[in-house]
Write a protein that binds this ligand. Structure first.
Ligand code: NAD
Ligand code: AKB
Length: 315
């Protein structure tokens, strides 16, 4: 039986991944760790530890205490918050990954660590961005993703650490709000549509970015980690894709489903980040190597988001 640690378990991805892994591997076999206290019901659902991922001893203590063999390392500062504090972004994203990889080497842990479309930059082909291409990001967050990918590959080649990664696109979900990224508008639009009837979008109407609905991301992450090692040919990070749409296409879909909804556009500093990222991703290598495929298109994702948010808000 696996003993799993999720670092950053309170976040947008972690809060959903922990629930999915507890169903699969048993409640007591999946430990959550975060800098912040979780909600009460999360705490009751299985083992929890407060801890700081920038401190090696903090992670190591939990690994030893719970006899962990697999780590999903999700703690990070994302693109927009990372630009507000690039120094913290580097320290959190890189120090924590280095600790996890060192511990993986010593304690023979398997590791999942996510990269992002933020690893790409303005010199990358923006349409159907290939698996192997130029990586010249312009954000500190993107710099940590490129460095992190190379570090993962190094630990695999040099120390045989079983570390696996994907370049997630922007993730859309309703359970936990996103933590300060450039793609957050694709979530905020749903909240504001139901709560205010309108949304002021922080990127322009023609901004197109790759996105994915959270259930696809969670299933893909677990499938990657369960794939036989010989199928995993990429040890930097796999391109992963689902849907690409412009902000105005998303607004039109929301308007079709929420009566009276309107969207205005007031691009801020995040526009520049969005413009430096690809519009669509070629993920054929992940599809070939470990049979990745997405299930949610734009309409199906929007229907599910609205259904769940209406339940959440009692609307
Ligand atoms: P998030 O900001 O929602 O969650 C991160 C969690 O880490 C938070 O709960 C935070 O409290 C915790 N944390 C911060 N500092 C910590 C520390 N020192 N020690 C322990 N915990 C700490 O982020 P997310 O969206 O869930 O992203 C998780 C990972 O996935 C990140 O590596 C991110 O770069 C990557 N990713 C996310 C997306 C997305 O759209 N959400 C897209 C691409 C990649
Ligand atoms: C962000 O916008 O920073 C994240 C990401 C795509 O990595 N959602």
């Amino acid at each position: 039986m696996k003993k799993i640690l999720i670092i950053g378990a309170n976040g947008q991805i972690g809060s959903e991944l922990i629930a999915a892994l507890r169903i699969k591997y048993g409640q007591q076999n999946v430990v959550g760790m975060d800098l912040r206290e979780p909600a009460e019901e999360q705490k009751k659902a299985g083992p929890w530890e407060l801890g700081d991922a920038t401190k090696r001893e903090s992670i190591e203590g939990i690994v030893k205490k719970h006899q962990i063999d697999t780590v999903f390392h999700l703690a990070a500062l994302l693109s927009a918050t990372g630009e507000k504090d690039p120094d913290l972004c580097w320290r959190l994203n890189m120090d924590s990954l280095r600790h996890v990889l060192e511990l993986a080497k010593e304690h023979k842990l398997s590791v999942f660590w996510p990269s992002s479309i933020a690893a790409f930059g303005p010199t990358t082909p923006r349409v159907k961005t290939p698996q192997y291409t130029t990586l010249e990001p312009t954000t500190m967050y993107g710099v940590t993703k490129v460095a992190g990918e190379l570090l993962c590959q190094y630990y695999h080649h040099r120390w045989n650490v079983d570390v696996r990664s994907v370049r997630y696109p922007g993730l859309i979900s309703w359970k936990t709000p996103p933590g300060g990224g450039t793609t957050d508008y694709a979530v905020a639009i749903f909240y504001d549509a139901l709560q205010k009837g309108s949304y002021e979008c922080f990127v322009g109407p023609d901004t197109v970015l790759p996105m994915m609905y959270m259930p696809d991301a969670i299933r893909g992450t677990i499938e990657l980690m369960e794939a036989p090692a010989e199928k995993i040919k990429v040890r930097t990070a796999y391109n992963l894709a689902a849907i690409s749409f412009s902000a105005k296409e998303l607004a039109a879909v929301v308007a079709k489903k929420v009566k009276g909804f309107s969207c205005t556009y007031k691009p801020d500093q995040r526009q520049k980040i969005a413009d430096s990222w690809p519009q669509s991703i070629d993920d054929s290598v992940a599809r070939k190597d470990w049979s990745w495929k997405h299930e949610y298109g734009l309409e199906k994702m929007a229907d599910d988001m609205l259904l769940n948010l209406r339940n959440k808000f009692g609307k």
